[in-house]
Design a protein around this ligand. Structure first.
Ligand SMILES: Cc1cc2nc3c(=O)[nH]c(=O)nc-3n(C[C@H](O)[C@H](O)[C@H](O)COP(=O)(O)OP(=O)(O)OC[C@H]3O[C@@H](n4cnc5c(N)ncnc54)[C@H](O)[C@@H]3O)c2cc1C
Length: 510
């Protein structure tokens, strides 16, 4: 839906084929990062999304990690995204994925370039000489063929598009069966009253070897979800899920189940994000356990990375080769997200639980537990996906695209642009164009040279002129070329920069 909106806003005709008439009521994908909320801002859906929040705005959406049980008394703040808030234009948000999808569906319906086909299932995808054909079928059995220049499989981890395009994936099985419980409980809300402002809770237990017992609020006070590993062979009927919840919490409370489901814990990464005119994005390209809330946020960034590149290609201001940079940028970032953040945290938790146990040595455990708190803060700072190794940005020599980075106001090629106030009082994010933007703080004629070069090349470019003062000096660059996805393509201090060469590389023309 995000990709369709990004294309629809640019006037690119897009068809969305979605088998369900309505969003499915499973409350997954809840934690939306500040970066994701920037996407909603640019998609014109931020206000509607915040209004759809299921937890009142004055109640926090923070996380907490505890040891043993939820109520053991050993806990610290976890995933404190507010630590990196200054580096993004918007606040983070939390709501169930079906509520997010509803907002996206409403926004997509406002854009005339988007043709929404709900209730249709894609059965076949095939490439032809100059396009792609998909065969779709409606609930009543009606069939249709659709032809397009490109197809993107945003069809989840069991993607038929990926499969039929012949895109293989690399898989790391962890051999854990996971249960997802959605339940109602008012007593759990009372029990957790001692942790105000928290909306998700991760319980580390020595028996689970680093895998989590995870509680999340779906709304304030009544509805919850929970996931945790369960023994192989567990079914809805042969396991005491109520007891599992009580053990995880460390207390008994009322439970009324709304949903009991299962999934296998594994990491998968498509070996390519592209096969000719067919692409994959979101869970179709990569999937992993929902530890740390990277899934939906990674998928939205895929969509944003693809949207401007499709527009550039279809509108003719970039060669089709620009689309290869989608794989070059997004795949290494996801590989790093899975390896360096999600899987690393499972192994780190497992090692910690083996080494430190309050029953064995309380003083040692408490010292190590305190140290973990600062480690959790460092992790939030270190998650900064960047494209330093991309062929279309002017990254450092030997740069590698990765999810590991650092947050700073300095403008660096391959990194997300930090917000900053302009002399007008507006934020630079309010002034960015839908194409490329040059932030020109040189107070020289360089901006005009870029405008001329962009006009000659047909590349949409907006120039923001200002001074390198009043906070803007923290960009540490006076000339910043910002891509349509708010990543920096080029940042330097030379006001004699060779405009057309820079622009051409940024759109994959050289
Ligand atoms: C329990 C749980 C909790 C999670 N919590 C978080 C979290 O807190 N934060 C986070 O970032 N991520 C979380 N995730 C992961 C997140 O939900 C996924 O990363 C996200 O849903 C991926 O979105 P997607 O659009 O790529 O795929 P999906 O959400 O799977 O959407 C795919 C869509 O394609 C449709 N479709 C599939 N096949 C076809 C077909 N052949 N024809 C037509 N339509 C088709 C489906 O109906 C579906 O609507 C969680 C996942 C689970 C299971």
């Amino acid at each position: 839906m995000g990709l369709a909106i990004g294309l629809g806003q640019r006037g690119i005709k897009t068809i969305v084929v979605e088998r369900y008439e309505q969003p499915q009521p499973i409350p997954k994908g809840q934690n939306l990062t500040q970066r994701t909320m920037e996407h909603f801002h640019f998609w014109g859906a931020e206000a509607a999304l915040r209004a759809a929040r299921t937890i009142p705005p004055d109640y926090g959406i923070g996380g907490m990690t505890s040891h043993g049980t939820l109520l053991s008394g050993y806990n610290y703040n976890w995933l404190q995204r507010e630590l990196v808030r200054p580096f993004y234009f918007t606040d983070n948000e939390r709501l169930p994925q079906y509520a997010t999808e509803t907002v996206l569906r409403q926004r997509a319906a406002q854009l005339p370039a988007i043709d929404l086909r709900y209730g249709w299932t894609c059965q076949e995808v095939r490439s032809e000489a100059d396009g792609v054909v998909i065969e779709i079928v409606n609930r009543d059995g009606t069939k249709q063929s659709l032809r397009a220049d490109y197809v993107v499989g945003c069809d989840g981890s069991r993607s038929i598009v990926r499969e039929q395009a012949g895109i293989t994936q690399t898989r790391a099985d962890h051999d854990r069966l996971m249960v997802l419980l959605v339940f109602r409980s008012t007593e759990l809300h009372s029990l957790l009253g001692r942790y105000p402002g928290k909306s998700f809770y991760n319980v580390l237990h020595p028996d689970l070897e680093g895998y989590w017992k995870f509680f999340g609020r779906v709304d304030l006070g009544t509805t919850w979800f929970f996931h945790a590993p369960v023994p192989t062979g567990t079914t809805r009927d042969n396991f005491d899920f109520r007891r599992l919840l009580h053990e995880a919490a460390g207390a008994e409370f009322d439970v009324e189940f709304e949903h009991i489901g299962f999934w296998d814990l594994r990491f998968t990464l498509a070996d390519s994000y592209r096969a000719g005119r067919i692409f994959v994005a979101g869970d179709a390209a990569h999937s992993h356990p929902p530890y740390g809330g990277y899934g939906i946020n990674s998928g939205f960034e895929d969509a944003v990375n693809l949207a401007w590149k499709f527009a550039a290609t279809v509108q003719g201001w970039a060669p089709a080769g620009l689309l290869d940079s989608y794989d070059a940028e997004r795949r290494p970032v996801f590989a790093s997200t899975a390896r360096d953040f999600i899987e690393a945290s499972i192994f780190r938790d497992r090692d910690f639980l083996r080494q430190h146990d309050p029953a064995r040595d309380r003083a040692d455990f408490e010292a190590a537990w305190r140290a973990r708190h600062s480690g959790a803060r460092a992790e939030v700072n270190a998650f900064e996906p960047n494209y330093e190794g991309s062929p279309i940005v002017f990254g450092p020599p030997g740069g590698v695209s990765s999810a590991i980075g650092s947050h700073t106001h300095a403008a660096r090629a391959g990194h997300h642009l930090a917000p900053q106030s302009l002399s007008s009082g507006k934020n630079v994010f309010e002034e960015l164009g839908s194409g490329f933007t040059l932030i020109d703080l040189t107070e020289s004629t360089t901006g005009a040279a870029f405008e001329r070069a962009a006009a000659g090349l047909g590349i949409p470019l907006k120039v923001i002129r200002d001074t390198a003062a009043d906070g803007r000096e923290t960009y540490e660059a006076q000339l910043i070329l910002v891509r349509p996805d708010q990543f920096v393509a080029y940042a330097a201090n030379n006001d004699g920069a060779e405009a057309s060469g820079i622009l051409m590389r940024a759109v994959g023309r050289s």
